[in-house]
Ligand binder design. Sequence first.
Ligand code: CMC
Length: 441
Amino acid sequence: MSTTKSAELATPAAETFTLTENSTGRTFELPVIKGTTGPDVIDVRKLYAETGCFTYDPGFTSTGSCESRITYIDGDAGILLYRGYPIEELAEQSDFMEVCYLLLYGNLPSVEEKEKFRRDITYHTMVNEQINYFFRGFRRDSHPMAVMCGVVGALSAFYHDSTDITDPHHRMVASHRLIAKMATIAAMTYKYSLGQPFIYPRNDLKFSENLLHMMYATPCEEYSVNPVLARAMRRILILHADHEQNASTSTVRLAGSSGANPFACIAAGIASLWGPAHGGANEAVLNMLEEIGSKDHIPEYIKRAKDKDDPFRLMGFGHRVYKNYDPRAKVMQKTCHEVLDELGMRDTPLLELAMELERIALEDEYFVEKKLYPNVDFYSGTILKAIGIPVEMFTVIFATGRTPGWIAHWNEMISSPYRIGRPRQLYRGPSKRDYVPMDKR
Ligand code: CMC
C-alpha cells in the first residue's frame, strides 16, 4: 500500500478485522483480541510485514502498547480498579502498604503476608549514608523534582546487588528498595531545601506517618502526626498509586524494555511525571489558583482557557481517558473538606476559589461539550498546601505514591516475554541528497 491509496477498516462478524486496500481490493485479516473487560484490540503486529504500512497514532490515542493485569480504567463511566478493586473502596478501607502489595503481587495480602511485606519494606527505608553527601552537590534552591531525578537515578550506583534484571530475587529486592527509599528521598529533598538536617526514617510508624515525620521532625523536636493529616496523606498516596499506561508508566516500561536497571527506569518515570500535563499539574493548579486570586477574576480565566490563541489551560481539568468525573477527584474533594475542617481552615479563600472555579467550569458549554472534568490534581494541591507541604513538593509526593505502580508495571513486563519498545515514524524530511561542500553552498 502506498500513501496515495486509501484503506478502510471493516468489522466482520468473527474475531477479526478486515482491512481493505481500496485501490487493489486486497484484503488483510487482522486478529481481534478480547480483554477481561473494556474495548477489544486489533492485533496489528504483522501489519507491516503483510502490507508494508505502519499504523500512525501520535499521542497513542488508539494504541494499546502492552497486555496488563494491573489496573483498569473505564473513562466514560469514571471507574478505576486496581487488580479489580474499586479505587473508592481502597481509599476508604485500605492502607498504602496493602495497596503496594496488591499492585505488586495481584491479590490482597493475608495478615501474615501483610506483616512480612511491611517488614520487608521498612528494612529498606534508610538510604546509604553516602547519598547524604551526594545531595550536597545540588543547590539548595533546586526544584525537588530535579533532585529526585538525580538521586533516584544514582541509586543504581549504590545497590549493585539488585540490578540484575534476569534474577527474580534481585527484582524483588529492587522493588522493595524503591518503594521504601522513595519516601526517604522525598523527605530529604524537602529538608535539603530548608537547610535542615535529614531525619532518619522511623520503622515503627506507618508509611504516610513516617513520610510526614521525616519531613517535619527535627533533631531537637519530635513531630506528632495528626491522624487526620496522616489519613489524608495515605489517601493521596493510594489515589496516585497506579493509573495504567500513562506517560510516566509508559516511560518506565519503554526504558525497561532495553534491559535498563529498575532504578534508572524509575528515574526516567520521575522525569516524565514532572511535566505540567502530567504529575506537574498539581503544582500548576495551586499556582493558577494563586494567580486567579479572587472569584471575580474567574470569568476572565475561563475565557482565556477557551481561547485557541491563548496557551493557558485550566490546570486540573481534562484527562486523556476520563470523559467523566475522575473518581480520584471525588475522593480528593471529600478528603480536602475533612482536612480543612480538622485544621479549622474551612473558609480558606483558596478552597472557595477552587470550588467556584469547578462550579463555573462544570456549567460552561465549552467544558461540558469537551467533557473536561476536574482530575486528580485539582484538589490534591489544596490538601497538600493545608498540610503545610510547599508547592514545589507536590509532584514529589505524587512520585512517591506512583512508585508501586511503576514497579508493578516494570515487573510485569520483565517477568514475561518482551521485546525492546521501538516505535516507527512517518518520515517527512528530505529524500536522499548529495552532500554539498562548503564553498559550493
Ligand atoms: N483547559 C482548556 N481546554 C482544554 C483543557 C483544559 N484543561 N484540556 C483539554 N482542553 C481542550 C483542548 O484545547 C482540546 O480542544 P480542541 O479539541 O478544540 O483542540 C480538547 O480539550 C482536547 O484536549 P487535548 O489536549 O487534545 O486532550 P489530551 O487528551 O491530549 O490531553 C490533558 C489531556 C490532561 C493533557 C489536558 O486535558 C490538559 O492539558 N489538562 C490540564 C493539565 C492537567 O490537569 N493535567 C493532569 C492530568 S491528570 C493527572 C496526570 O495525568 O498526572
